[in-house]
Write a protein that binds this ligand. Structure first.
Ligand code: FMN
Ligand code: SF4
Length: 500
C-alpha cells in the first residue's frame, strides 16, 4: 500500500504570499500597459467603423471604450435552419456594420477554448444560437458543449466567476408546440453561462416556429428582431441587467452556531415533529430535498447513502486529452476510473465544502444501510450509463469509449466520509475482486476506522490546516476532541505499512 498525506509548511505559506504580491505587481503593470495600447482593427473595416462612430448618438458614443470589437457566433444545427440564420447575421455585421464577425460551429471546438478564448478577453461579444431538437435535446454537434457547460456550472470545484470575462447573449430556436421542452437547450445554456459568472448583455430570446405563437410572426422574424437588439448592444457596455436566479438554492440553511450542529433531516421537519433519531431507530440519510439538490448537480444516487458522478478527467481522457494527477504520477487510466462514495455523510462542515448547507452529518453511523454488494452494483451500473451517454459524441475516441466500459480504478473521494460506512472493508474487497484498484480519501476524524482499514491501493488523509485553531475554523468538526482525532489519524496512517 502506498501512503500519502499533505502537510502545510510555513515555507510554502511564505512562498505563496510572495507569489501573490509578485502577481499583483505584474497584473498592475499589465493593466497600465494595455491601457495605452489600442486593439487591432482590420484595415478593411477601419473606414466604415469611423463612419459608424460618427453616426452614433452622443450618449452611446461616450461608451466607445467599452464597445465590443468583434462578434463570435457559436451555433449548432440538426436540420440546417440555425446555420442559415447565423450566416445571415455574420454577413450583416461584417459587411453592413463593419464589425469583425465570425461563425463558429460548436462541433469543431473544445468548450474550454470557447470560454477562455483570447477573443473573449479582447472584448468580443459571444452569441450562442442554439435549437432544441428531438426530446428536448441539443443537436448532436452541441451535445458535448452543453454537457460540459452544465457539469461546470454545477461542479463545486469550478470557480463560479470563472467566465466573468465572457459577455454573451443566447437565441433559441424552437417550437412552442413542444410545450415543456420548448427551447429548453437555449434556456439551460443561458442559465449555465450566468451561473459561471458570464455577463448576459441582453435577455434570453426564444424564437418560435409556431407562427400563431411567435412574437414577430415566425422564427426568422424573431431572429431579425433579436439581431436589431444585438446591434444596439454592440455599442453599449456590459453590465448584467438581469438578476441571476440561483435555481439550485434549494438547500436548507443550517444554524450558524458551530456547536449547534443539527442534522438536515431534522431541520426540514417542523419543530414539533423533530424526534430523537436514536429512539426511532435508523433513519434515511438522504431526504427528498437533498435528493433533489444532488440529482440536479449530476450525482447518481444509489440506495440510502451512496453516490457516483463522472469525473471531468474521465471525460477528458475519453477524448484523448489529459488525465488527472493519478495518471501523471501513477499511470492510472482516467477514462477507466469511477468516482464514488459509500457515505454522503461526514463528521465535518468544512467551509470550502460546496454542500456545507446541506450535507448530512453525524459522529457515528445512524442511518439505514445498504450492503456493500448493492452499492457496488448500483455504482457500476450508474457509472456505465453515464459513460454510454458519450457514445458517438463528436471528439470521443471510439477505442477510449470502449475501454471506459470496463472500470479499472475506483476513487473513493467524491464527497462525504467513505470510512464511516460500516462495510467499507467489504466494499473495497469486492472492488479488488473485480480487478478494480482503490483510492480512499479520509478526513482524519476516525483514527480507529483508519486502523481497522484493510489494505487499499492508496490511502490518503486530508490535512486541511496545521493548527488546532485553524482546523476548527476550516473544517468545523462535529467532534469536540477533533484535534486529538486528527493527530491520532496521522499516527494511525504512519503505523500502516507499504505493501509491494
Ligand atoms: C424532430 C424535431 C424535434 C423537435 N423538437 C423540439 C423540441 O423538443 N423543443 C423545441 O422547442 N423545438 C423542437 N423542434 C423545433 C426545432 O427547434 C426547430 O425546427 C429548429 O428550427 C431546428 O433547428 P435546426 O434546423 O438548426 O436543427 C423540433 C424539430 C424537429 C424537426
Ligand atoms: S469532509 Fe468532505 S464532504 Fe465532509 S464537509 Fe468536508 S469537504 Fe464536505
Amino acid at each position: 500500500m502506498m501512503l500519502e498525506f499533505l502537510l502545510s509548511i510555513n515555507f510554502l505559506g511564505h512562498f505563496l504570499i510572495a507569489s501573490v504580491i509578485a502577481l499583483l505587481i505584474f497584473k498592475n503593470f499589465c493593466n497600465l500597459y494595455s491601457a495605452e495600447t489600442s486593439e487591432p482593427i482590420l484595415p478593411t473595416a477601419k473606414r466604415q467603423q469611423k463612419e459608424n462612430e460618427r453616426q452614433r448618438p452622443q450618449s452611446l458614443y461616450r461608451n466607445i471604450d467599452t464597445n465590443f470589437r468583434c462578434i463570435e457566433v457559436y451555433f449548432a444545427t440538426e436540420y440546417g435552419n440555425t446555420k442559415k440564420l447565423c450566416e445571415k447575421l455574420v454577413e450583416y455585421f461584417t459587411t453592413t456594420k463593419s464589425i469583425d464577425s465570425v461563425l463558429i460551429d460548436l462541433s469543431n471546438i473544445e468548450p474550454e477554448d470557447v470560454l477562455h478564448s483570447k477573443n473573449a478577453q479582447r472584448k468580443c461579444l459571444s452569441l450562442f444560437v442554439l435549437p432544441t431538437v428531438t426530446d428536448g435535446q441539443p443537436p448532436k454537434a452541441a451535445k458535448w458543449f452543453c454537457k460540459w457547460l452544465s457539469d461546470a456550472a454545477t461542479d463545486f470545484r469550478i470557480d463560479k466567476q470563472s467566465q466573468a470575462h465572457v459577455s454573451y447573449a443566447v437565441f433559441g430556436l424552437g417550437n412552442s408546440v413542444y410545450a415543456e421542452n420548448f427551447n429548453i437547450v437555449a434556456k439551460e445554456v443561458d442559465e449555465n453561462l450566468a451561473q459561471l459568472g458570464a455577463c448576459r448583455v441582453c435577455k434570453l430570446t426564444l424564437g418560435d416556429e409556431d407562427t400563431s405563437e411567435s412574437q414577430n410572426g415566425g422564427l426568422e422574424a424573431d431572429f431579425d428582431a433579436w439581431t436589431k437588439v444585438i446591434e444596439n448592444v454592440v455599442w453599449s457596455q456590459c453590465t448584467p441587467p438581469y438578476e441571476v436566479l440561483d435555481t439550485r438554492a434549494n438547500e436548507v440553511e443550517t444554524s450558524s452556531e458551530e456547536e449547534d450542529v443539527v442534522d438536515i433531516e431534522d431541520l426540514v421537519k417542523p419543530k414539533s415533529k423533530r424526534t430523537n433519531s436514536k429512539s426511532e431507530g435508523a433513519k434515511e440519510m438522504i431526504t427528498p430535498q437533498l435528493r433533489g439538490v444532488l440529482t440536479k448537480q449530476g450525482y447518481k444516487l444509489i440506495g440510502f447513502h451512496s453516490g457516483v458522478k463522472l469525473c471531468r478527467w474521465t471525460k477528458s481522457m475519453m477524448r484523448g486529452r489529459g488525465g488527472c494527477y493519478k495518471h501523471t504520477f501513477y499511470g492510472i487510466e482516467s477514462h477507466r476510473c469511477m468516482e464514488t462514495t459509500p457515505s454522503l455523510a461526514c463528521a465535518n462542515k468544512c467551509v470550502f465544502c460546496w454542500r456545507h448547507h446541506s450535507n448530512p452529518v453525524g459522529t457515528e453511523w445512524k442511518w439505514k444501510m445498504d450492503d456493500a454488494n448493492t452499492i457496488l452494483r448500483g455504482a457500476l451500473e450508474n457509472h456505465y450509463n453515464m459513460i454510454k451517454e458519450f457514445k458517438g459524441v463528436p471528439g470521443v475516441l471510439p477505442e477510449k469509449f470502449a475501454e471506459a466500459l470496463a472500470v479499472k480504478h475506483c476513487a473513493l473521494s467524491l464527497v462525504g466520509e467513505p470510512i464511516m460506512y460500516p462495510e467499507i472493508n467489504k466494499f473495497c474487497r469486492l472492488l479488488h475482486e473485480e480487478g478494480i484498484s482503490t483510492f480512499l480519501v479520509t478526513n482524519a476524524q476516525f483514527p480507529e476506522a483508519i486502523r481497522a482499514m484493510d489494505p487499499v491501493t492508496q490511502l490518503y488523509v486530508s490535512v486541511d490546516a496545521s493548527t488546532k485553531e485553524s482546523l476548527k475554523k476550516i473544517d468545523r468538526p462535529l467532534f469536540k476532541d477533533f484535534w486529538e482525532r486528527f493527530i491520532d489519524s496521522l499516527k494511525a496512517l504512519s503505523e500502516k505499512t507499504v505493501q509491494p
